[in-house]
Design a protein around this ligand. Structure first.
Ligand code: GLC
Ligand code: GLC
Length: 811
């Protein structure tokens, strides 16, 4: 069942009922100012940091009710309604929400009044703009009222939701004309405030939530709206809000338009006040002056659309498969940008008050956006590397505002260092910018011990060389990619963090997954050493890689698939010897991606085992059989009920690894089958089962053992976005950036047909036509570049050209 449809021409998903299975959200904002906006106008806004600079409130533990947002109420006689249906839930005569790229549009109609909202955040200013157009669709005059509504958060979102003994006494606002200023804590250590304004003379305002709603009412029954009159209260403490009242007369057929602006203002420390107690409003006035007319709004909206069109044009495919076209050209790239902006901080499932940015998450997200914004990828790599320790290990997380490592969680996740190589290699393959390797980068933010980035990569690599266990496989530490495989933790008491409890490292527990990573990213590091002319380092690294391959073949192979790990007793994890958790997805994907077993048939065996044992119609599960009881020696993974999350859920992030691995052995049909199973557009028809947004990936889909098999959770902020884009663009469609130039080597289903890709790479536009006359799954027979046939798969890079036309014919 569907709750809407894709409108590809407008790059929108059109939601046709407010009653979606879960709130379906969108993200507005590209730089510092962000809004989460659901299909019923729920959501919240923050500046730079969702925890420390939260502008409007979110209600916690409220995902499905979704009862707080930026609302517009319309009072038409005795009927009170909202164009996005919430919070009054008055049944509408018609409803539509269009989530677009960086904006959302809502149209609600009730009793012949149409209210159309367009909301977005301009690329270059810290402000959210909403254009509200009210139209009288009937043939008699209408006198109606429009009320806006936002509830301020007192900045620190964490403190705001729990420290009432203080917070209910500190709320402060000012009101001048049509602008409401939220200035809580501005009198002391803050130099920022928020504004909410409308470009018209108002008929009243309210800044006290209790006055607006009336005692014991929720936002669904606001007393002042029912009364039809705001009371012009200046809030003092309690719950400050902002609401404007506009009395609107509409002749038959007439429309009136208002522009609302919600902005963030920062003043210099010595320029905070206009006079004692009165905030300096110069910057706010200047910001609001930019958006005073509908034309101003429309112009800024056009600029935003151009900004996105330009970004998304960097990779464009035309094929006969509308799902692939839509996901690649629009939604998958869009989700990659959102994950870049948010990391794992703020969604309807990530609370925005929890973890900072993950070291491994950020490095992997980069794989998906580096072609879109290479300059920002460069900066991100330096930021991440600056939190590394001198021995090559890394803080697991860091705070975006300070860019410092987070010592609460510390280090000891032994896959982390290798992801830095993955991200840096992707950046250089994309841009050719080797100067980054010579940048001086601190350790743990201490510039006095800085070395080149290349030296950081060496230490990443050597960290693994120096931390091996009894089978010459890498020690796992607190966990590897699978945060819940905690082999040194042994936690027996509720509340202990599986990630932080116990010794960070044991001398025994080893990870075959990290071994696979070491082979893959070790080779990428070796290639960088070679590029810098350091052939001695290249040879040293490749020798270490060979040793690791030997270790995997000796003790990391279980007969039909790769072993997952060795626990602290040196017992196998993910082996046929185990009673539960016999096969795991991660080492099958990573080892084959690294090329291990491709020559001796083990890769094929491992992937056949994945298909036989882990596959479901909704995707490939992380492990089987699910753990039915808590295993002290395995940690959090066994804490989840069977079928959920890391305990046999379909963890979407690693499904593309299997798909990529299939392309490594040339099985395009199967690679694409795996791609399709979790691909949002392909499963739009089962939205009532899947439940999360049909235009983006979710972190997890419940596995076969779960009660709600097929149900997704944690949409939007997941490494799935980057890895799927990597998979489809670089491996299935086969346009892979190498250090020398773009390589063309597709691995598609036999029946996929011919296709065209436009790819902007290092400033050159490549028009690549791929022909598959004999319906093969892999292999390029000939490559013609601007009419000249070249040997191999790589298009020689020539910066003097602006446009290059390529024809690749498959075998
Ligand atoms: C979450 C984490 C990621 C981890 C994965 C598997 O997605 O953000 O870092 O690799 O879970 O545990
Ligand atoms: C990852 C995992 C999750 C685990 C968490 C711990 O996000 O997906 O299951 O609880 O890490 O930080």
């Amino acid at each position: 069942m569907k709750f809407g449809y894709f409108d590809d021409n407008n790059k929108e998903y059109v939601i046709t009922t407010p009653k979606t299975p879960l709130p379906w959200i969108n993200y507005l904002g590209c730089n510092d100012f962000f809004t989460l906006l659901s299909n019923t106008c729920g959501g919240y806004t923050f500046y730079k940091d969702a925890k420390l600079l939260r502008m409007t409130r979110y209600r916690y533990n409220d995902t499905t009710p979704d009862t707080n947002g930026k609302y517009f109420y319309i009072k038409d006689g005795d009927t009170i309604w909202n164009p996005g249906w919430q919070p009054t839930k008055t049944e509408l005569d018609s409803y539509e929400c269009r989530h677009g790229i960086g904006y959302s549009k809502f149209t609600g109609v009730k009793n012949n009044v149409e209210a159309a909202l367009v909301t977005f955040v301009p690329a270059d200013n810290p402000v959210e703009l909403t254009k509200v157009t009210l139209t009288n669709k009937g043939d008699a005059k209408k006198d109606i009222q429009l009320f806006s509504y936002v509830e301020w958060c007192l900045w620190n979102a964490d403190d705001d939701m729990k420290n009432y003994q203080r917070n209910l006494s500190i709320g402060e606002v000012e009101v001048v004309d049509s602008t409401i200023y939220h200035k809580t804590e501005y009198r002391e250590r803050r130099n920022h405030y928020a504004v909410y304004s409308v470009n018209a003379k108002i008929d009243g305002f309210e800044t006290s939530r209790d006055e607006f709603r009336g005692a014991y009412n929720g936002p669904d029954k606001p007393a002042a709206v029912i009364e039809g009159k705001l009371h012009n209260t200046i809030a003092s403490g309690w719950y400050p809000i902002a609401s404007h009242q506009l009395n609107v007369s509409l002749e038959a057929g007439e429309s009136k338009t208002f522009v609302f602006a919600l902005g963030y203002i920062e003043n210099a420390e010595d320029d905070k006040w206009e006079k004692p107690g009165v905030i300096n409003k110069k910057k706010a006035d200047a910001l609001l002056a930019k958006y005073q007319t509908t034309e101003d709004f429309d112009k800024a909206f056009d600029e935003l659309c151009k900004y996105w069109d330009n970004l998304l044009s960097k990779f464009h495919i035309k094929s006969s498969d509308e799902h692939v076209n839509r996901m690649v050209n629009i939604w998958n790239q869009y989700q990659c940008m959102v994950t870049f902006n948010m990391s794992r901080s703020a969604s309807y499932y990530e609370t925005g008050i929890g973890r900072g940015m993950g070291f491994r998450d950020s490095c992997q997200d980069l794989l998906g956006f580096v072609h879109l914004i290479p300059d920002r990828a460069r900066e991100r790599i330096i930021d991440i590397a600056s939190t590394q320790f001198q021995d090559g290990s890394a803080y697991h997380q860091y705070q975006p505002l300070t860019k410092k490592g987070n010592s609460d969680i510390g280090s000891g996740f032994n896959d982390d260092p290798l992801w830095l190589i993955a991200g840096t290699s992707a950046y250089i393959r994309e841009t050719g910018d080797t100067s980054i390797l010579k940048e001086m980068v601190p350790y743990d933010n201490d510039m006095s011990v800085a070395t080149t980035l290349m030296e950081h990569l060496k230490r990443s690599f050597d960290y693994i060389v120096n931390h091996k266990g009894p089978h010459d496989l890498p020690l796992i530490g607190r966990a590897d990619w699978n945060d819940c495989l905690n082999l040194n933790c042994f936690s027996e008491h509720p509340g202990e963090s599986f990630q932080c409890f116990g010794p960070s490292e044991g001398p025994v527990a080893e990870s075959v997954f990290i071994a696979g990573m070491f082979v893959k990213y070790g080779r990428e590091y070796a290639a960088l050493a070679k590029l810098l002319g350091d052939t001695a380092e290249e040879a040293r690294v490749l020798a270490e890689v060979d040793k690791m391959i030997a270790a995997i073949e000796k003790d990391g192979w279980d007969g039909e698939w790769f072993v997952r790990a060795y626990d602290a007793y040196s017992h196998k994890v993910g082996s046929k010897e185990c009673d539960e958790g016999q096969i795991y997805i991660e080492p099958q994907g990573m080892c084959v991606m690294a090329g291990v077993g491709v020559d001796n048939g083990n890769a094929e065996k491992a992937l056949n085992s994945v298909k036989a044992k882990l596959d479901t119609k909704y995707g490939v599960m992380i492990l089987q059989p699910a753990y039915t009881r808590y295993h002290l020696e395995l940690g959090e993974i066994t804490s989840y009920p069977p079928g959920y999350k890391e305990n046999a859920g379909i963890f979407c992030h690693n499904n593309p690894w299997i798909s990529i691995a299939e392309t490594c052995i040339g099985r395009g049909d199967r690679a694409f089958e795996v791609y399709k199973k979790t691909c949002p557009s392909y499963i739009e028809d089962i939205s009532e089962i899947h439940r999360t947004e049909p235009y983006v990936y979710s972190q997890m889909v419940a596995g076969a053992d779960a009660k709600f098999h097929g149900e997704a959770k944690n949409s939007w902020l997941t490494g799935t976005a980057a890895w799927t884009f990597t998979n489809i663009s670089q491996y299935i469609l086969g346009i892979y950036p190498t250090l020398e130039g773009l390589s063309v080597n597709p691995c598609t289903p036999a029946a996929f047909g011919d296709f065209n890709v436009t790819r902007v790479y290092r400033g050159v536009t490549y028009n690549i036509e791929i022909k598959n006359p004999n319906k093969v799954q892999k292999g390029v027979a000939s490559l013609t570049v601007d009419g000249v046939e070249v040997q191999g798969n790589v298009i020689p890079f020539d910066p003097s050209k602006k446009v290059v036309n390529v024809i690749a014919t498959m075998k």
